[in-house]
Design a protein around this ligand. Structure first.
Ligand SMILES: *Cc1c(COP(=O)(O)O)cnc(C)c1O
Length: 246
């Protein structure tokens, strides 16, 4: 994508974020844009950086590590980028995530938490982490099963258990939830998924007041305005900024 086109697309997304925030009585500066760069080359990330983007999201840890290394050759290792791992992690790749991700948005199993914490222990790093939850109940979606969290005691117990596990692992700093809305469903269903995710965050806040539940990562190219209206603090946007992926 040409620099001019990228600049225009980015400005348009910023405007849409601002408009959605104002429409819902929120402060636009309370919303963080995570530019999702999966499949786009490192050169595109450098252009995005030049335009002011500072949060980048990748869904595969190998790709994140590779691009991060390239970017650090240009900008130096002490740059101001935050690298978000937004896809699920296999436990054998925990070492890569422990050394290259700045924030892990897709934790959904206690086993991964334990593997990550063990890796982090060596380096003394703390990894900010979000629980990925599956509210829509679609099998294709990763995340903790939460499609009946309001009424299903088993789903509540599983949630309480994973949070309790995280409290024993100071290397992982839990601070919120991430979710992906279903595709190709009526807008009302998408809104309901976002609203129920926010309600779940509030419920967890009541259960674990010692945790700072500050982050709600939801909304992508097709639904980020709805997500902002329903309380998203982080939106993860790829195509609306960088164009269609190959
Ligand atoms: C790819 C991806 C996004 C961004 O999707 P777009 O539709 O390109 O905005 C957001 N979140 C996750 C978890 C993704 O994998």
């Amino acid at each position: 994508m040409e620099m001019n086109d990228l600049a225009d697309a980015y400005q348009r997304v910023l405007e849409r974020i601002t408009e959605a925030a104002i429409r819902s009585g929120r402060d636009p500066s309370a919303i963080t844009l995570v530019a999702v760069t999966k499949t786009y080359p490192a050169g595109t990330i450098l252009n995005a950086y030049e335009l002011g983007m500072r949060h980048f999201g990748e869904n595969r840890i190998e790709e994140l590590a590779e691009k991060r290394a390239i970017i650090e050759q240009s900008l130096g290792p002490a740059n101001d980028i935050t690298w978000h791992l937004i896809g699920p992690l296999q436990s054998r790749k925990a070492p890569l995530a422990a050394s290259h991700a700045d924030l892990f948005q897709a934790l959904d199993r206690p086993k991964i938490a334990q593997r990550l914490a063990r890796q982090l222990q060596g380096s003394g790093r703390v990894l900010p982490t979000l629980l990925e939850i599956n509210i829509s109940g679609e099998d294709s979606k990763a995340g903790l099963p939460c499609h009946q969290w309001e009424t299903n005691p088993q789903q509540q117990t599983n949630l309480l258990q994973i949070v309790t596990t995280l409290l024993t692992l100071p290397q992982l700093q839990l601070h919120g939830l991430m979710t992906i809305a279903p595709w190709h469903v009526p807008i009302g269903e998408v809104r309901a998924v976002f609203r129920r995710t926010r309600n779940l965050l509030q419920w967890l806040q009541g259960q674990f007041p010692q945790i700072n539940w500050s982050t709600l990562s939801m909304g992508m190219t097709d639904d980020f305005e709805l997500a902002i209206e329903e309380g998203a603090t982080h939106v993860r946007i790829g195509r609306a900024i960088f164009g269609q992926r190959m």
